[in-house]
Design a protein around this ligand. Structure first.
Ligand code: MC0
Length: 149
């Protein structure tokens, strides 16, 4: 079902501080920055030096809430305002097919139909209650990414 790890998502209370930490201290490079209003997030994707959209390396995703009622806003509040790992995303070739297979194996998908994700990807999520407490995202990347830097 899965091709590889697409990204690991960190919830962060302060995006600028998180970018500074991950670039200046840890050495990642910003490869995407945008907003997803539907998901209530400001997001940054991080890759290694020379990272290429088509390669198979996983990325790190920084997620800051657009408001307190958003998914990330609620997650941070529950975590005492501290950041942490909020999700792991698996890359798939066909998000609908992957969701269908997982559903047939007893996994609960959050959405009936895929939603819009980073780079114009098509995404869905497995409810953490059906995946051992881990929020898993499924990502079908587009051939032509929107916003890759
Ligand atoms: C909540 N729970 C989690 C969790 N969030 N478990 C593991 N990982 C997480 N991130 C658990 C809680 O501990 C709780 O368990 C139960 O799920 C219900 O929690 P809740 O606080 O009532 O939370 P809900 O129901 O409001 O939301 C949980 C849910 C939500 C998974 C439905 O986080 C969601 O819709 N996530 C998918 C969308 C998303 O994460 N968007 C932001 C990233 P107990 O045992 O206490 O009942 S946007 C993104 O990722 C895009 C940009 C992209 O990559 O392209």
């Amino acid at each position: 079902v899965f091709l590889c790890v697409d990204h690991v998502g960190f919830a962060v209370p302060d995006m600028e501080a998180a970018i500074k930490l991950h670039t200046e201290v840890l050495g990642w490079h910003v490869v995407f920055r945008g907003r997803n209003e539907e998901q209530g997030v400001e997001e940054v994707m991080l890759g290694t030096n020379g990272h290429d959209y088509t390669d198979r390396d996983a990325e790190i995703q920084l997620l800051a809430p657009l408001n307190e009622d958003s998914t990330i806003g609620k997650w941070l509040a529950k975590n005492g305002g501290r950041g942490g790992i909020q999700q792991v995303a698996y890359r798939v070739a066909d998000v609908e097919k992957a969701a269908e297979i997982l559903t047939s194996r007893g996994v609960t998908m959050l959405y009936d139909a895929p939603k819009h994700g980073t780079y114009g990807s098509r995404i869905n999520f497995c409810h953490p209650k059906s995946t051992g407490g881990i929020l898993l995202e499924l990502v079908e990347r587009p051939a032509e990414p929107e916003g890759f830097q």
